[in-house]
Design a protein around this ligand. Sequence first.
Ligand code: ADP
Ligand code: ADP
Length: 232
Amino acid sequence: APAVVARGLTKVYGQGDAKVYALREVDVTFETGAFTAIMGPSGSGKSTLMHCLAGLDTATSGTVRIGDVELTGLSDKRLTLLRRERIGFVFQAFNLLPTLTAEQNIRLPLEIAARQADQVLFDRVVETVGLRDRLGHRPTELSGGQQQRVAVARALISKPQVIFADEPTGNLDSRSGAEVLSFLRASVRELGQTIVMVTHDPVAAAYADRVIFLRDGGLVTELTAPTPQSVL
Ligand code: ADP
Ligand code: ADP
């Protein structure tokens, strides 16, 4: 079964003359195990689409299914549980807790779900994102790039079925960006996880199996087996 399916997804902000159609009747399917990049100009609806797919925001109309669960109509409590059990996030603004160390931030999803860490996975993730000697630091003591790595590590640590990432390499230089993306790709392949990533960067998009393009809230085209040249 597909990991995520959206049908007729529409999101309207504001009302009357101030109405903005952020998404217009979007139909999209994300197959289990696939790595999809979402591209499109600023304001085309990428963040809104991700937030609706992940159950962080409610669409005005249309439906979203994560695995066999229909999000539409779920109570906030059920939705929170579903996110906790099945979804990992890498937010654009990192959303790290300022009072916690890097290690505590990475382990947070497990703490919340009262689950044990897979120590082998933890070590591999920390090693790959290059945070071994920064684990005791708080977010304010880390660079933007290091905070982004913490956010990526945190999304992987609970082995979620689906990972939503908003510009996961936006604050990294191209070399560390490439490292984080190859790791992300290898790691989701190994566990059969599904990843949906918003990016502006053609090089980052080329790590995906498929790129979908949004314009004015609608899906305009898609590409499989993208290369940095073909997505430009
Ligand atoms: P938001 O989702 O907050 O509206 P955007 O997704 O539009 O923000 O942009 C995220 C970041 O990417 C911003 O810092 C923006 O300056 C940058 N950005 C926007 N367009 C491009 C582009 N074509 N190429 C590279 N970076 C871009
Ligand atoms: P992108 O991520 O591609 O930059 P967004 O999903 O952030 O696009 O935004 C899509 C459209 O919805 C834009 O026109 C944006 O201005 C509008 N929008 C996004 N969030 C809000 C909001 N909270 N209130 C009103 N309009 C919004």
